[in-house]
Every structure is written in C-alpha cells, then in structure tokens.
Design a protein around this ligand. Sequence first.
Ligand SMILES: [Zn+2]
Length: 141
Amino acid sequence: MTPDEENLLRRAIELAAAAREDGNPPFGSLLVGPDGGVLAEECNTSLTDSDITAHPELKLARWAARELDPATAAGTTMFTSCQPCGMCAGAIERSGLGRVVFALSTEQLGTLKPPTSPSSFRQEGPALFDEARVPVEGYYT
Ligand SMILES: [Zn+2]
C-alpha cells in the first residue's frame, strides 16, 4: 500500500469516528476513482436512519451502480474502515467496483465487540421448479 493509499484509508477511519459522533455504528468508507480522486464518501447511518442496510459500503456501491459506467466502476477503489460484511460484499460485487482496501479485518473487529449470534433464519427449497422457472426463462438470453 502506498503512502497516498494509507492516507485514504485514514480518511475512512475519520469517517468511522464521525459516524460514531453522530450516534451511529463506527464505520466509514470512501470511493476513489481511477485517477485517484475521491468520488464519494459515506458514514454508517443505520441508527439515525432506522435502516439496517445503511452501511457506508452498501451506500457507495449503490451510488456507483447508479452514477458510474462499468469501466469507471471497475477502475475504482473503495477504502473502508472495516472489511465489508456479507451484505455489503454482495452489493460491491454487483456494482462492479474493482478493489476494496480495508483497515480492520472482520476478525479484528470481532475482538472489539461482543460476539454476534449466528444466523437464525431457516431456508427451505428448492421447490416448484417448473412454475418458478417460467418468469426467468429467456430473461438472460
Ligand atoms: Zn455492511
């Protein structure tokens, strides 16, 4: 990682501190374009927005998918204060962003907070294949 990239990561950590000061979980992220310029910044606002999906990485992935062409998105780097969670990683993949640089790993974050309970919902399926495939068939061709 270059000194410039370390400074961008420090900005993500500053945004995490700002999120905490605003009453939200302490996470922040920014998106940097292919030329090294900052395109957008976000803080976690899940508590003040009463929105469990208001993670900064997800907000930036949604912004990128709306505002950037695929080639530009692929040339961007997200700098984020913590390794993206599963929800955000899925959104980052769908948005076509090219690279993520994080400060704390998920494992390191785990040493700083109480343990979370494992997923509690059940999934059942597959079922009704002949009916469920009808609206999908031909869509992707
Ligand atoms: Zn997340």
